[in-house]
Design a protein around this ligand. Sequence first.
Ligand code: RB5
Length: 160
Amino acid sequence: MSAKHFRIAVGADHAGFLYKTQIAASLRELGHEVVDFGTYSTDPVDYPPIGFKVGEAVGRGEFERGVLVCGSSLGIAIAANKVHGVRAVCIGEPYSARLSRQHNHANIICFGERLTGWEMVVECLNVWLETEAEGGRHERRVKELDDYDQTATAARGESE
Ligand code: RB5
């Protein structure tokens, strides 16, 4: 169980609604502050707007972490990763959960409700919340990721 308490943004499409609801409840029980960005039922909705909303909230620094769920984890992670400062990862086992924090400083974890069993999700989430980011070469590489879209945008502007 994680000793640190975070501000955590959660979100899901209809295919991740059940896990998202359970995850929000578990995180609150652990003492984290959780804000739920929807969706709020199993009625079909598109995953991109939810991924963008949670991504923006985390990217702006209003939340230290985010948790997203869709059917596969894939689409909602792609959406969140469009946002500057977001490092969203698709996770289905604990070793990747640990590495995504140590090496990639992941700030959003994404689960696939149609792919990963509930107990595995809980294990991955606990590992991910407990694992610290490592510095040194990893810090430099993560900075390269975060700098890229700003640099690329500036370069595009100059060539126009
Ligand atoms: C919804 O059917 C499904 O496509 C979505 O939840 C997600 O898996 C997309 O990547």
